[in-house]
Design a protein around this ligand. Structure first.
Ligand code: TRP
Length: 448
């Protein structure tokens, strides 16, 4: 395809790896990981999570990257290049649609983080302790207008960066922010270690409680979290991989991404749980852990208002680098397939995501009466996407690369050969991960 010639590319290997880690590390690692781990028994959850990341996550990350680099195209054309005229292109469409849906509600939560950061810096957050942070948070998210404004601010920033292009926008922001975020989270974990009951927090996260493994919901939660946190099943790595020149080694990149994402989540847990336990809070508080429990903890700890400001700045920046990747998938699709100019594609996708996100933004206030299952709108969308849509996308990508792509080509593109490692990768994609994902999905829907 002639578009290949003038296709944008990453400036360096380092920049590419930081951009993919930037996509993976986000609200999922800090806000979502800590509350999902908290709700699912801590240590037991962590074991299942790590197994999911290794057995299911790693092969799929490598498969997506290899597919993207080979196709040098958007989510849909990646499948079309290898299986022209087949229904597989539908997997790409599913990915593009997931991008819209995730970004729509993700920017709402990112907006909450921005509101808290602003409040922490200006001091207005800390004066809320009197009436309680619970009432403050509930008051804020049930407000009919304010959350929409913050959502727009975050979405607008992501749009501005993505409009700047692959190198000048996406890569340069990640090169700046990601090393900074890595340093900050390690600093926060080190501070956590100085707190009086740090040990209890560590034990909660790291000590396996095997009895929790009897509960099937732990498995779904861990798998959903692995998909969401790595950002797989939605063609991010296909799209980011498509801007790769052949000279960049894929295997080491995949390992750097997996390690970077998992370590970030665990270190974030090591920052959060010691604080939660030292101040006698409930680790299983759910989604409000970061917004109600932690501000209380910050206020109680020495230097807490500074630490709190740093924490929310971290949350905002991590969310931003992930929103960039969520936006880039549909944008790349419009630019590549329909010859949109980058700016127009960004405006269109951003505009739709903004509109689509409004029901999520209002789901705790005006629209709180609408319940899907036992969840409000935002929660219901998050659960559906993370626990069902992404895993389905993951199964399909795995089967596609495992069975539909020519064996020798897939192995060569992933820089593997017919060695034990290469064959293991293929069979993880062909059978093990799809079967595991399907089993967990079916058990959750009550079919099994
Ligand atoms: N991984 C990000 C996080 O942990 C969110 C994210 C970015 C994502 N791109 C994605 C989730 C693609 C699913 C699919 O916050």
């Amino acid at each position: 395809m002639s578009a290949t010639r003038d296709r944008e590319q990453w400036g360096s290997h380092y920049g590419f790896v930081l951009a993919t880690i930037g996509s993976a590390v986000g609200l999922g690692n800090i806000w979502r990981f800590s509350y999902v781990a908290g709700e699912n028994g801590g240590g037991a959850f962590l074991i299942v999570y790590v197994v999911c990341v290794i057995v299911v996550g790693t092969p799929i990350v490598l498969a997506e990257l290899a597919l993207g680099r080979r196709a040098q195209g958007d989510a849909v054309s990646a499948f079309d290049t290898i299986a022209p005229g087949s229904a597989w292109g539908g997997v790409g469409w599913l990915a593009v649609i997931s991008g819209f849906v995730i970004l729509s509600y993700y920017s709402v939560i990112a907006g909450w983080a921005l509101k808290y950061l602003t409040g922490a810096l200006l001091g207005s957050l800390w004066t809320q302790a009197g009436t309680g942070f619970g009432a403050y948070f509930t008051g804020f998210i049930s407000n009919p207008g304010e959350p929409i404004g913050w959502q727009l601010a975050m979405l607008g920033s992501a749009m501005f960066i993505v409009a700047g292009g692959v190198q000048k926008g996406i890569e340069s922001v990640n090169r700046l922010l990601m090393p900074l975020l890595g340093g900050v989270i390690i600093g926060l974990a080190a501070y956590g270690a100085t707190l009086p009951d740090a040990g209890a927090g560590w034990r909660f996260l790291l000590e396996p409680d095997f009895s929790a493994l009897h509960d099937p919901t732990v498995y779904v939660a861990a798998l959903g979290q692995a998909f969401f946190s790595l950002g797989i099943g939605m063609a991010v790595f296909i799209t980011y991989g498509s801007y790769l020149p052949r000279s960049i080694p894929l295997k080491t990149s995949a390992i750097a991404i997996i390690l970077g994402d998992s370590l970030f989540a665990i270190v974030a847990g090591l920052a959060i749980f010691p604080a939660v336990f030292s101040f006698g809070m409930d680790p299983a508080a759910g989604p409000e852990l970061a917004f109600i429990t932690l501000p209380q903890v910050f206020l109680a700890m020495p230097g807490g208002t500074v630490i709190g400001s740093i924490f929310f700045a971290l949350l905002v920046c991590a969310a931003l680098t992930s929103m960039i990747s969520l936006l880039e998938v549909p944008v790349a699709f419009l630019v590549h397939r329909f010859a949109f100019r980058r700016w127009s594609a960004v405006s269109l996708v951003g505009g739709i995501c903004f509109a689509l996100g409004i029901p999520s933004a209002l789901s705790f206030g005006l629209l709180s009466g609408i319940q899907i299952g036992s969840h409000g709108i935002l929660d219901a969308i998050d659960q559906t996407v993370s626990n069902y849509l992404l895993p389905t996308g993951g199964i399909l990508v795995a089967l596609f690369v495992g069975w539909r792509w020519t064996r020798s080509e897939a192995l060569a593109e992933a820089e593997l050969d017919d060695s034990r490692l290469g064959v293991t990768w293929l069979w993880l994609l062909r059978a093990v991960s799809p079967a595991l994902i399907a089993l967990i999905l079916l058990s959750n829907t009550g079919v099994l």
